[in-house]
Write a protein that binds this ligand. Sequence first.
Ligand SMILES: NC(=O)C1=CN([C@@H]2O[C@H](COP(=O)(O)OP(=O)(O)OC[C@H]3O[C@@H](n4cnc5c(N)ncnc54)[C@H](O)[C@@H]3O)[C@@H](O)[C@H]2O)C=CC1
Ligand SMILES: O=C([O-])C1=[NH+]CCC1
Length: 283
Amino acid sequence: MSGSPVLLNKHEVERLLSYDDLIPRLESVMAKFSKRDSSEIIQPVRSVVPIQQHSGFLGVMPAYLAAEGILCTKMVTFYQRAEGSSLPSTQATVLLFHPEHGNVTAIMDGEAITAKRTAAVSAISAKLFKPALSEVLCILGSGQQARSHYDVFTKLFKFKEEAVIGADVIVTATGASQPILFAEWVKPGAHIAAVGACRPDWRELDDVLMREAVVYVDSREGATAESGDIILSGAEVFAELGEVLNGCFPAQREKTTVFKSLGMGIQDAVSAKLVLEKWNSEH
Ligand SMILES: NC(=O)C1=CN([C@@H]2O[C@H](COP(=O)(O)OP(=O)(O)OC[C@H]3O[C@@H](n4cnc5c(N)ncnc54)[C@H](O)[C@@H]3O)[C@@H](O)[C@H]2O)C=CC1
Ligand SMILES: O=C([O-])C1=[NH+]CCC1
């Protein structure tokens, strides 16, 4: 058991975490999660404390990955900011623990992890579900998540222009609490990665779109507890991303698909482990 934890700021985490390293780790851990083997992975649904007075929430996202030797928790706050506020809406810190001894081994910025792992998971959904010929990408939102999604989507795929009507892939990464994307705008067969609206009474997508699309989620438990788009529309969840990666459910590329992302502790856990491994290899 060693001494003080490693402390890593946002700049360091951003530098150490690459999409090339992250994407295969996320695919592997999400596939494993969907097997629901509690001797392998423990990840309770996020605990969320509302801070009503300030239009904010504190989420705690623990995860234990036995085989990988990762014990981790992220603490994340997300606030509905007034237009023009200079404060980030989503702020986070990630703690890694020594699974055998329980001591903290690293404390690192979680904003960069949240931005990159969320965008990387959406990119995995797009790899699986976007139409075979995808030329038009549309990103709704212009905040932290919109920027990280732009980075990874333009790195992995070739798109020609941006629009909503006629888009092959649409990312919704907004702070909206009412629908901002409507079925009538969406080209049949398009893929939507829906990243915002992570409260049971918040929406980004309208009822018709939710009910007509084939809906994939990161975690069934998370989606049915936290996603207003799923709960309020009554849409059926077809499969988890991990269940598709495992080959248990098909990727219905030819249909309109929605990947409803809520975010998972295991995604933060493998990201933080990657960052620490990279840091250790340099020291
Ligand atoms: N699925 C996941 O794993 C994660 C989801 N999130 C969620 O993603 C969303 C975006 O997060 P950030 O980029 O950090 O926030 P941000 O505050 O940096 O960006 C939000 C963007 O949404 C826009 N917006 C707000 N209300 C809108 C409306 N009614 N219509 C259209 N645009 C609107 C804002 O102008 C801004 O461009 C939030 O809902 C956040 O809670 C954040 C982290 C992880
Ligand atoms: O997974 C995550 O970190 C979050 N999901 C919604 C807000 C923050």
